[in-house]
Write a protein that binds this ligand. Structure first.
Ligand SMILES: NC(=O)c1ccc[n+]([C@@H]2O[C@H](COP(=O)([O-])OP(=O)(O)OC[C@H]3O[C@@H](n4cnc5c(N)ncnc54)[C@H](O)[C@@H]3O)[C@@H](O)[C@H]2O)c1
Length: 342
């Protein structure tokens, strides 16, 4: 008997910050299979405001108490990065399906603990790599798979905004190394790394450079990464926490054409055979967060495996940690511009 026949699912959201408010709570409220939603936040003020805004009755300050007393069917982990692995493991061990925000962990040792918990309890697990659910990217991926641009050999992804706090996040953990892990490199970079893998497959090497250019913080606010894929294609990722609006999206160059995925202006395709640009029409509704939530809940209902799952989560973490290592100590060849011609 599947879960829908047994009655409405009960979902919990741990961490009632910005992503919970814009993505997870509405996602559960909009899905017909979900009956009750229970919230948790360590801040009494945030918990109270969120319960009121979404007309939700049950709220907890302690996530362990919530998991024990309520035994929800599904849980979203929407807390600061350093809490993800601990909360995921606690929920999985209780047999609860988990949608975890990115990054799913702050070390490969934490990821290994998640893997072990998942092996012991066969629950659904998904990582919130929402860009995979952006329809421009879905359409581009279909075009790549059908060979529209031939063999892809070069990719560039750029994600930038003015930084997560203030403006987006309800709390300022983003700028605390212990809680966030890294700055823009991990916060925005992990989305780009997952998207790069979604388009071109696994990454086998990375070099990176990070800098703190505009924000008065101790973490990187800008990062550049050069990727080499298993396919031998090359990639460039640039992410920023200090950018006014500019290009956001990806460019993919292939032996027979080009795809430009511009989040503001849509999807364009250069057809090498016809030597012509074409605008590809892509429907934008529902949005990526809505589609992500629907996918996760549908997978629980239908007993399917959600994607991106654990292996995608860990593959992107490996790229991110290798990039951070490269940025911290890797070789960066300096050019001596002081030398004058004889
Ligand atoms: N997928 C996306 O597009 C996307 C976008 C933004 C953020 N995120 C991710 O979502 C997560 C949360 O980010 P945010 O922007 O919502 O941050 P936020 O600061 O707005 O929210 C975090 C919330 O967690 C609560 N919290 C902290 N410790 C807690 C604990 N021990 N128990 C319960 N609640 C606790 C805080 O009080 C706060 O309300 C991060 O991992 C971030 O990387 C994903």
């Amino acid at each position: 008997m599947n879960q829908v026949e047994r009655g409405p699912l009960r979902a919990a959201v741990i961490g009632c910050g910005a992503i919970a408010e814009y993505c997870h709570i509405p996602g559960y409220q909009n899905h017909p299979a979900v009956g009750e939603i229970i919230l948790c936040d360590i801040s009494g003020k945030i918990l109270q405001e969120t319960c009121k805004k979404f007309r939700i009755e049950k709220g907890y300050a302690d996530y362990k108490e919530l998991l024990k007393k309520e035994k929800p069917d599904l849980v979203s982990v929407c807390t600061p990065n350093y809490l993800h692995a601990e909360m995921v493991c606690a929920a999985v061990r209780k047999g609860i399906h988990v949608l975890c925000e990115k990054p799913m962990a702050l070390s490969l040792a934490e990821a290994e603990r998640i893997r072990k918990a998942l092996i012991a309890k066969r629950v659904k697990f998904m990582v919130g790599f929402s860009h995979r659910f952006e329809m421009l990217n879905v359409r581009a991926k279909e075009m790549l798979a059908s060979g529209k641009i031939g063999r892809p050999f070069m990719l560039r992804i750029r994600f930038g905004h003015e930084g997560p706090y203030p403006g987006w996040g309800k709390t300022d953990w983003f700028y605390d190394k212990k809680k966030a892990g890294h700055g823009a490199l991990l916060d925005m970079g992990i989305h780009a790394m997952d998207l790069a893998r979604y388009f071109l497959g696994d990454v086998r090497g990375v070099a990176a450079r990070t800098a703190t250019l505009l924000k008065p913080i101790r973490l990187d606010d800008n990062a550049l990464m050069i990727l080499e894929f298993e396919s031998k294609a090359l990639g460039l990722i640039d992410v920023s926490w200090s950018s006014k609006p500019g290009f956001t999206g990806s460019e993919i160059y292939g032996s027979g054409g080009t795809l430009i995925i511009d989040y503001e202006r849509g999807l364009q395709f250069f057809d090498g055979e016809k030597a012509a640009w074409k605008r590809v029409s892509v429907r934008s509704e529902p949005g990526s967060w809505e589609r992500e939530m629907k996918h996760f809940i549908d997978c629980v209902v239908k007993d399917d495996d959600p994607e991106p799952g654990f292996l995608d989560g860990v593959a992107s973490l490996k790229v991110a940690f290798a990039a951070a290592k490269s940025a911290a100590g890797g070789r960066f060849m300096r050019i001596d511009n002081r030398a004058r011609r004889a």
